[in-house]
Write a protein that binds this ligand. Structure first.
Ligand code: HEM
Length: 267
């Protein structure tokens, strides 16, 4: 029998494909969070990282297309399994277990759809960069003078609006819930939910998902509350602190440029 037929047509094949695609997406969100946590380091860190990704050019597009295909397969199979379950469900709920399973899969659908809406907004916000005016998407230079997009300031500016921040925190909360149930079902599909392992596995999954939520919430909270600050003198909201070396070092090239522009204007 054709392997694609097994993976996309049989019920167990669909569950395994959902588990594998879900796990790849989980890998992406964990990697993405690790990248974003660099916001707590020197701004050059996250800006150089974003610059490195952008410089991958066609390679980055291949990764994006691969992830998009994985997301589409995951959502498409979820929709198919939902329809199949509906068709197979007996009239009325037979018992508590059926009711609980049905509620859990309903929450998976609802959280999945909200996360999809969030992803669309998020891409428009930070990748296509059209949800705010041009002043929300500044540029800067690295310490070696390389001109780059100032992703550090872009994130902080993005979270200065409390409504946007609340939306992000709610979305990552729902995503964390979705991941938790998804990972537990994944271990079930691949047969790891044995009597011996089930409890420990569920605890590890819970801990990972709570940490995932906290990591994201920390970024949003730190940006919103001013714990991480804009460190680009050319961006609104920058406050020069005499105890830092930023003006002297990192933005030397930017400052020189703006000084030049200012003296050109004066003459
Ligand atoms: C605090 C939370 C988050 C922050 C600060 C954040 C930040 C960013 C930034 C700055 C970019 C643009 C990178 C660039 O253009 O250089 C980006 C892209 C992206 N983010 Fe997030 N993100 C967060 C949460 C999430 C979550 C929860 C998801 C998934 C559900 C996600 C999915 C994506 C995707 C798919 C891209 C596009 C990647 C690409 O095509 O290059 N992000 N994010």
């Amino acid at each position: 029998m054709n392997i694609l037929h097994v993976l996309f047509k049989s019920s167990i094949g669909k569950k395994i494909t959902m588990a594998v695609t879900g796990f790849i997406l989980f890998g992406f969100v964990i990697g993405h969070l690790s990248g974003n946590l660099q916001i707590f380091a020197h701004p050059d860190k996250i800006n150089a990282y974003a610059h490195f990704l952008e410089a991958l050019g066609p390679g980055l597009w291949l990764i994006r297309l691969f992830l998009l295909a994985i997301l589409i397969i995951h959502v498409w199979l979820a929709a198919q399994l939902t329809l199949e379950n509906k068709a197979a469900r007996p009239q009325g709920y037979q018992n508590q277990i059926t009711l609980r399973a049905t509620l859990a899969s309903r929450y998976m659908r609802v959280t999945g759809v909200i996360v999809l809406v969030f992803i669309v907004y998020h891409l428009l916000h930070f990748t296509v960069r059209v949800t705010h005016g041009p002043e929300a998407y500044p540029n800067t230079v690295l310490i070696d003078g390389t001109p780059v997009r100032d992703v550090h300031s872009m994130i902080i500016l993005g979270f200065q609006n409390p409504l946007i921040s609340i939306f992000y925190i709610l979305a990552v909360g729902l995503l964390s819930w979705h991941l938790r149930h998804g990972l537990v079902s994944m271990f079930q599909s691949i047969g790891w939910q044995t009597r011996t392992w089930s409890k420990a596995l569920n605890k590890i999954v819970l801990a990972v998902c709570v940490l995932y939520f906290l990591g994201n919430a920390l970024i949003v909270g730190a940006a919103m509350s001013g714990q991480v600050r804009i460190q680009n003198p050319q961006v609104a909201g920058y406050v020069c602190r005499t105890d830092c070396e930023i003006c002297g070092l990192r933005n030397a090239a930017t400052i020189a440029e703006s000084d030049e522009a200012a003296s050109d204007n004066q003459s």
